[in-house]
Each structure stands twice: as C-alpha cells, then as structure tokens.
Design a protein around this ligand. Structure first.
Ligand SMILES: *Cc1c(COP(=O)(O)O)cnc(C)c1O
Length: 362
C-alpha cells in the first residue's frame, strides 16, 4: 500500500540523533524554555533569514498571539483567504476580530490579490496570507496593497517551511509569521510545536512575553498573556530535523515535477507547475477531479491513500453560522473537487511511478 504520508518512515531516518536528543534533555533536568529552545529559535531565525524566532506551543497559538500583540480585536477586520484551513480563521476570531473572506485563484489555490483591495474597509487592520499547500502567495502585490492602506501583513506558514519567493524565504515576507511543527508538516516534531518570526524588535519582545503569561521578567506581567511554550524535547527534535529540510523539500519538488509532467489524464486538473525557484514546497499535491468520490474509491482499491484538503469550506462550517449566506463560487468549486495525492520525502521512485500510472488509467 502507498501511504498518504508515512510519518514513521520520515522520522526513522533521524532515530539515532533523536535518541541522543531525548537523553540530553532528560539528563539536563530542564524541560521548558531552555537551551534547546534557544538553539532552535536561533537556527530557525537564521534559516528563515529573520532577526527573531519565538517558539510556542502550536501553529494556531503563533497566529493568534501575533494578532493579539498588534491589539487587533473586537470591531477590527482581518482579510484572509476563504479556502484556508480553519485554524487561520480561528486565530482571528479568537481575538474578537472579524475575518473577511476573500476568494482564491483557481490555478494556485492562493488568495487573489485583485480581490483584496475591494474587501478593505476603514475597519481593516491586517491581511493574513496563507501559503496553502506549500505554495507562496503573490507577496509583491499583497505587500504593495498593505503599504498603500497602512495594513499589517501576517503570514500563515504552517504548510510552507523553507519555501522561497524571489530569493526570500517565507517567514520573512510580511510583518510577522506563524509556523506549525505539527508532525505532518514539512518540518514536524513528535507532538505539537510552533513558532513566530519577525524582524520587528518590539513585536518580538512582546511575543516572547505573551507566550509566557505576559511576563517580561520573572513574576512581572505587563500583558495578559497565555501559556504557549515550545518544550525542550520538541525543540531538540526540530534541531535534529531542520538541517534536512531543504533536501526534503527538494525531493517534494522533484516528485511534483514528475506528477506535473507525467499525469496526462484529461480528467485530472493539475496545480500550476513548479517554477524551480521553490516557490512551492508541496506540503501536499492537490489535484481537482469532477468525479472525486469515484476517483478516491478507485485509488483506494489500487492501494493508494489520498486525503481531501478540505471537504467543507470554512463558510459552510457549523462553527461560523454568520457566513452561511456568503456565496464564494471559486472556494466552493475547489472544496467540491480537490483531492491530494501522496507526496513526501520518503516516497520511492517506484511508488511515484505507481501513482502516476494509476491516475492516468482512471
Ligand atoms: C496546521 C495548520 C495550522 C495550525 O497549526 P497547529 O500547529 O495544528 O495549531 C494553521 N494554519 C494552517 C494553514 C495549517 O495547515
């Protein structure tokens, strides 16, 4: 069987170093916000090309804390893509602010800059870009709009660790960025983990306090913060895996290139092809198929696992009844037809060929 994502196989490659990291943390007697966290924060900041990285408990917290640090709350609006994973939107609404849903482009699945400007009102405070499925948003256009209207830009990088845009990595393309290290992400730990990146010294200081109850120095609280710390074990595992990230992403791009070249079935709508600049790190490889259920059942029968990212759009979720009247035809079309094929750094060439021939024979 070809698994959608073989996490065991992915992490097995690092077993020796991970065992040593576990022992090191256990021996240290220090489990939260210590040397391991500091090392990973420094390494990840350098990797992303930003001044500051602040570890936190997960990707949702990373995004939520950045919005909180900007004092964006009730009465404020944040523009976000309508077809994102729900966490991007929860990060906004949890602060009491209102997410304003903007349609994506059909060929890249990314927020359409041309539709952002018409969504701006006097209440708009920020634009949240989501580098969905590993592909980087049109940052040149989006940053120009943000500058013109005096808006902050927050990047949701949960699916795009290491991706480049015109020579700059995600995490360094806006005012601040949130990352998730959930096990299935391109850089994943062995539990929950997250990080925030920024070049803004003041913001970094505030985020560092906010993740630790709002404390700047011990037992002194300038802010009402939260408990969202990256633990030492997860930080140590991330330091083990970070040096392999570029190579892992390169393998994903290689597989995606083969899929784009060799999947020739007219029933399958491919995503825009890789450009070779790593403007996508293919967190997943989404295709669109009209007869999706039939296609998924057919691949399951052939022993190939697929996943639907995502079956129900946010504006149709029971959690957000205030959006049920919205009509977002592009978002709806994507959610009705999209399905992700297996892609991962540990997929063998034989498996890639098997997927391609099965898809072409549908
Ligand atoms: C995974 C993910 C998140 C949330 O990350 P967690 O670590 O699970 O909280 C946010 N946004 C997107 C686009 C994601 O894929």
């Amino acid at each position: 069987m070809i698994k959608f994502l073989d996490l065991h196989k992915i992490n097995e490659r690092f077993r020796g170093e991970m065992d040593a990291a576990t022992k090191r943390v256990l021996d240290s007697g220090w489990y939260l916000l210590g040397k391991e966290d500091e090392k990973f924060e420094n390494d990840f900041a350098a990797y992303c090309g930003v001044k500051h990285c602040i570890g936190c408990a997960n990707g949702l917290d990373a995004l939520e804390l950045i919005i909180k640090a900007w004092d964006i709350g009730p009465g404020d609006e944040v523009i976000a893509p309508a077809n994102t994973y729900i966490a991007s939107l929860i990060a906004i609404s949890a602060n009491g602010a209102t997410p304003i849903l903007v349609e994506p482009k059909l060929d890249t699945y990314l927020i359409d800059p041309e539709r952002i400007e018409e969504a701006i009102t006097p209440r708009t405070k920020a634009i949240m870009v989501v580098h969905l499925y590993g592909r980087v948003c049109d940052m040149r256009s989006i940053n120009a709009i943000a500058k013109k209207h005096g808006l902050k830009v927050i990047e949701d990088c949960a699916q795009a660790h290491g991706a480049f845009y015109e020579g700059t990595r995600v995490g360094a393309l806006g005012d601040a960025a949130g990352f998730s290290f959930y096990p299935g992400k391109n850089l994943g730990c062995l539990g929950d983990g997250g990080a925030m990146t920024t070049n803004d010294d003041e913001l970094a200081k505030k985020l560092r306090a906010l993740r630790n109850y709002g404390s700047d120095v011990k037992y002194h609280f300038p802010y009402r913060g939260t408990n969202s710390r990256l633990d030492e074990l997860q930080a140590a595992y991330l330091s083990v895996k970070l040096p392999a990230l570029d190579e892992d992403n390169a393998r994903r791009v290689e597989i995606a290139s083969r899929y784009c070249r060799e999947i020739t079935n007219p029933k399958i709508e491919l995503p825009a092809a890789p450009t070779g600049n790593h403007d996508s790190v293919y967190h997943v490889f989404p295709v669109r198929v009209e007869k999706r259920d039939e296609f998924q059942a057919y691949l399951t029968e052939k022993g190939i696992q697929t996943v639907i990212h995502y079956p129900i759009p946010p504006h149709r979720q029971p959690a957000y009844t205030e959006w049920h009247d919205l009509t977002l035809p592009i978002t709806e079309k994507i959610h009705d037809t999209i399905i992700s094929l297996p892609i991962s750094p540990v997929m063998t060439e034989e498996e890639v060929i098997e997927v391609i021939s099965a898809v072409n024979a549908f």
